[in-house]
Design a binder for this molecule. Structure first.
Ligand code: HEM
Ligand code: HEM
Length: 187
């Protein structure tokens, strides 16, 4: 995030690199599971016994991973900087998309947590066998607002991720200048 006063390197440090890929797998799984589970019939036992609690657990885990990642990023002195060989609009777009993804990776799980907390029928937020405290009072009107925000922002995140992946693949496979290959910095 802070791109000033930093020496530049041409590859992400291993810690940030590993966290990027672990989080990518978790987020892809959560988007799929969220979409799949909400489409299931209420009579399907696994809907509320399996999908909902594990979606919540992995969702809270993503929030923790992203917070660690943000702290590490702020504390890392040397990070790859935007490539000067990219077009100006590409540099601006990639920074905007990356910052928006970071913001949504915090806000989406918080909306999920708030939704679960305000839902009158739920009792605690399941986190790998532990019930985390609900941080907001029960309120059906607020539940509907958080449910809507969680859904809209989660699918907005999906659109940004697709844009991010298309960008990375374009720089690797379509750009004529091999210096534009940002993917090598994340491998
Ligand atoms: C990065 C993290 C997360 C992502 C990407 C994500 C994504 C999604 C998606 C795509 C849906 C389907 C929305 C729909 O089509 O209606 C969904 C539903 C849901 N999510 Fe998440 N989620 C995340 C974290 C969380 C967390 C932390 C919680 C709770 C602690 C949570 C609780 C729920 C619940 C209860 C639903 C079902 C809502 C309903 O029945 O309408 N999610 N999520
Ligand atoms: C759920 C999936 C993903 C999410 C949420 C995500 C998110 C992010 C974020 C937030 C950054 C900025 C890292 C930083 O500077 O701290 C980043 C960097 C990067 N990601 Fe992803 N990513 C995902 C999947 C992918 C995939 C599948 C690819 C490859 C096709 C990829 C390629 C890259 C590359 C090359 C960078 C470095 C960009 C640069 O140095 O300018 N990401 N990603």
């Amino acid at each position: 995030m802070n791109t000033t006063n930093q020496e530049t390197i041409d590859r992400y440090p291993t810690s940030l690199l590993l966290l990027h890929w672990v989080r990518a797998v978790l987020v892809a799984g959560l988007l799929w599971a969220g979409w799949h589970m909400t489409g299931l019939n209420d009579e399907v036992a696994s809907k509320y016994e399996l999908y909902y609690p594990w979606h919540k657990s992995f969702g809270v885990l993503v929030l923790l991973v992203v917070l660690v990642q943000i702290v590490l990023r702020i504390r890392t002195a040397r990070l790859p900087q935007p490539l000067q060989t990219l077009a100006g609009y590409e540099r601006v777009l990639s920074i905007l998309v990356q910052r928006s993804m970071y913001a949504l990776l915090v806000i989406v799980p918080l909306m999920g947590y708030s939704m679960s907390s305000t839902y009158t029928m739920s009792d605690g937020v399941f986190f790998f066998g532990v019930n985390l405290p609900e941080l907001l009072p029960k309120n059906d009107d607020w539940f509907v607002v958080f449910q809507w925000l969680h859904k809209v922002l989660a699918y907005t995140l999906l659109v940004l991720i697709l844009l991010h992946i298309v960008g990375a693949l374009k720089h690797r496979f379509l750009d004529r200048d091999p210096r534009n290959d940002v993917l090598r910095r994340m491998l």
